[in-house]
Design a protein around this ligand. Structure first.
Ligand code: ATP
Ligand code: MG
Length: 200
């Protein structure tokens, strides 16, 4: 048998196997829970990529940001052009990396989470993104069980993406999808500051 024949037979077998898997795959009947974690770049920007997919299908999207960004971001300016499809909520008195007031941070995180819960339960959204919520969990600003209960209570229509480093194992156990971004290289390590359009 020539190498070409062997290759074509292998591909046929692979294709058949893939077809079988695809035909057996079921619809979950409910929105999925996705976690983007890890130390590498791409957790939030990947979530924004999924939002664009949803918008393309005329779906309704909610975003709750658990970290008060110090910059105006490109994504926020962009999504403001889709006000009929996107509801954007930034944590009011949001905490930053260098915050000193724990009580205020907890209150802010809880208020943002309560907003997130009403979005998830309302049945009005196809996708809700809880950006950097893992950071709030990591500092115990939010209770992990409360977050999982909130996810469980989501409308069947609603998928949820949770982003941020150090995702809790309990959250990863509950989620349908967990992706870990691995840092191979980052310009910050070479002393390059965050770039407009790339980082924010
Ligand atoms: P992005 O929003 O670009 O997808 P991210 O959500 O994965 O990044 P965060 O932990 O939220 O990462 O960090 C936000 C900011 O920090 C971004 O400006 C990002 O470029 C930068 N950043 C991400 N990963 C690293 C890293 N490993 N070292 C230094 N800076 C990073
Ligand atoms: Mg992020």
């Amino acid at each position: 048998m020539t190498t070409e024949q062997t290759h074509s037979e292998r591909m046929k077998a692979l294709q058949a196997e893939q077809k079988k898997k695809t035909s057996e795959a079921r619809d979950p009947g409910r929105g999925l829970v996705l976690v983007h974690t890890g130390n590498g770049k791409g957790k939030s920007s990947s979530a924004f990529g999924v939002i664009i997919r949803a918008l393309g299908w005329k779906q309704k999207v909610g975003i709750v940001q658990f970290i008060k960004g110090k910059w105006i971001t490109g994504e926020k300016q962009f999504f403001m052009n889709f006000k009929d499809q996107v509801d954007w909520h930034t944590m009011g008195e949001g905490f930053t990396w260098d915050t000193q007031d724990r009580e205020r941070d907890i209150a802010a995180a809880e208020s943002a989470f309560s907003k997130a819960c009403s979005m998830m339960q309302s049945g009005d959204y196809d996708l809700v993104v809880l950006d950097e919520i893992n950071i709030a969990l990591r500092y115990d600003y939010l209770d992990i069980q409360a977050v999982i209960d909130g996810l469980k209570a989501r409308s069947d229509r609603t998928s949820v993406i949770l982003t941020g480093r150090d995702a809790r194992p309990e959250l990863c156990d509950y989620a349908d999808l967990v992706s870990e971004m691995t840092e191979v290289k980052h310009p910050f390590k070479a002393g390059i500051k965050a770039q407009r359009g790339i980082d924010f």
